[in-house]
Design a binder for this molecule. Structure first.
Ligand SMILES: NC(=O)c1ccc[n+]([C@@H]2O[C@H](COP(=O)([O-])OP(=O)(O)OC[C@H]3O[C@@H](n4cnc5c(N)ncnc54)[C@H](OP(=O)(O)O)[C@@H]3O)[C@@H](O)[C@H]2O)c1
Length: 318
């Protein structure tokens, strides 16, 4: 599967990967052999891999056989999604859950647990991460308010069907979007799932209007830049998949056995939200744009992912 990151790394080389580098960080397929008792040869899996963050080509997914960590893999069983439909779940639903659950401190979605007090804003429910974030928060039984592009009426229906109470059009003039959101505050957590320069400005204005306690003026963001924040009292907290999902440190080395490992087990492991999402279809999977072919099609898919918006590009190797 192809992410914007794959295409941007090829175009801009901002991670300074060594040459030759094998790209790709998400996959689905059949296990050839396994050192983990949980997986055996022939099992179908979907997984995220730390290839860029550990700078280790064995984990690059754009090759015939790639290495995956058992802790970031999900066995795909007969009752749930097939591999193609589930392939966006480990990475994009994984980062949405880490941002809301581990960083923002929301309680986990556990079936049958009583309703939570609190309202969550997800800015950008049209993105894949946003699609999964609204489901994480609504399945944990919080009230969820989202922004989306409402130029098509079908989008409002789609977002509401994921458990969102109110959907606001982020394409209105910024102050109108803020005014429409304001009445639902104060908010337990705000997630910027689009991470575009145009989202942090209105979100910081919203926090100033709804959160009197300056220490709680926090926006959780998928992107590292805090640009366009309108006030010094607003903090933008970036969730790094590299760090929380793989224990990667900035120098390319890694830290295993840290606090996040236990959290990962509760997400990818038995009974975890991601695993249930794949095998019980309890999460609505984001649609994928599938190209069929051989590895030579990788470049075509990298070019496509730059243009693709909101749908995920997948190469089905035949
Ligand atoms: N921190 C991490 O480790 C990590 C991991 C994965 C992804 N990310 C980041 O998370 C973001 C989303 O990734 P993704 O894979 O979910 O992307 P995606 O599926 O390609 O979503 C892009 C969609 O976001 C919506 N959007 C664009 N600008 C927006 C804005 N200003 N306000 C609201 N929505 C907007 C658009 O949909 P509509 O036109 O339908 O609104 C667009 O089609 C990206 O910035 C990505 O780099 C971060």
């Amino acid at each position: 599967m192809f992410h914007q990151l794959d295409a941007k790394l090829q175009l801009f080389d901002f991670f300074a990967l060594g040459y030759p580098a094998i790209f790709g960080a998400s996959l689905g397929g059949a296990v050839v052999s396994s050192g983990s008792a949980e997986f055996g040869a022939g099992d179908s899996v979907v997984a995220s891999t730390p290839t860029y963050f550990w700078r280790d080509n064995r984990y690059g997914t754009f090759q015939r056989c790639a290495l995956v960590r058992a802790s970031n893999a999900i066995k795909v069983t007969g009752e749930g999604y097939n591999v193609l439909d589930a392939v966006t779940i480990p990475t994009q639903a994984g980062i949405a859950a880490l941002a809301l659950g581990q960083v923002a401190g929301l309680e986990r979605p556990i079936p049958g647990v009583a309703k939570k007090e609190g309202t969550i804003v997800v800015w950008g429910a049209g993105s894949t991460v946003g699609t999964y974030a609204v489901q994480y928060a609504s399945q944990a039984d919080y009230t969820v308010i989202a922004t989306a592009n409402l130029s098509s009426p079908a989008e409002e229906e789609r977002v509401k069907s994921l458990g969102v109470s109110h959907v606001i059009n982020y394409r209105l003039p910024a102050q109108e979007t803020v005014d429409a959101l304001k009445g639902y505050g104060p908010f337990t957590a705000i997630l910027d799932a689009a991470a575009q320069p145009s989202s942090l400005g209105p979100l910081s204005t919203l926090l100033l209007a709804t959160q009197p306690d300056a220490s709680k003026r926090v926006i959780h963001s998928m992107g590292p830049d805090g640009q366009n924040v309108t006030d010094d009292s607003v903090t933008v907290r970036y969730t790094s998949f590299a760090k929380l999902g793989f224990g990667a440190k900035s120098d390319g080395t890694r830290e295993e056995g840290g606090a996040s490992d236990k959290w990962l087990k509760g997400l990818w492991g038995h009974g975890g939200w991601l695993r249930r999402g794949v095998n019980e279809k309890s999460v609505v999977a984001q649609k994928a744009d599938v190209t069929e072919g051989v590895l030579e099609k990788v470049q075509e898919c990298l070019d496509k992912v730059i243009k693709a918006k909101g749908s995920q590009v997948v190469l089905k190797l035949v």
